[in-house]
Design a protein around this ligand. Structure first.
Ligand code: RB5
Length: 147
């Protein structure tokens, strides 16, 4: 059975967020929407903060953050201990962000023209498995950088 996903977006990606939420629900995921749901301007670090802190409660399989480019909100998410947020650009990167980096968040830009559909990228991430082995050593070294 599909698990729980937490998602947040700034005004630059609230429509994309709605599309992703619909897709995840159609796949059976339970989705916690941290907003925003209107085009009114907000600051993406605030959305990254509330979305990542909700993820860190431990209830969620993974998280998604979106802003206009995905850049600001992914940078912000990666400032929070425990978060490995991948700003993915295509299906291959989405898959590899799990296989090699064991990302627990993926980020997208609502104003970006991707070569692949965002929902296909989300599916590639969901369907991939972390390979472990030498990649675990590297992910452990990523996390050690927090100290
Ligand atoms: C907001 O205008 C915009 O700067 C934000 O959505 C994002 O693209 C920043 O990285």
């Amino acid at each position: 059975m599909a698990g729980k996903v937490v998602i947040g977006a700034d005004h630059g990606a609230f429509e994309l967020k709605e599309k992703i939420i619909g897709h995840l629900k159609s796949k059976g995921f339970s989705v916690k929407n941290m907003g925003v749901d209107t085009p009114d301007s907000v600051d993406y670090p605030d959305i990254a903060g509330i979305t990542c802190r909700e993820y860190l409660t431990g209830e969620y399989e993974f998280g998604i953050v979106c802003c206009g480019t995905g850049i600001g909100i992914s940078i912000s998410a990666n400032k929070i201990d425990g978060i490995r947020c991948a700003l993915v650009q295509n299906i291959f990167a989405a898959e590899m962000s799990k296989v090699h980096n064991n990302a627990n968040f993926i980020a997208f830009g609502g104003r970006i023209d991707y070569p692949d559909s965002v929902t296909d990228m989300v599916d590639a991430f969901i369907d991939a498995d972390f390979e472990g082995g030498r990649h675990l050593r590297r992910v452990d070294k990523i996390m050690a950088l927090e100290k």
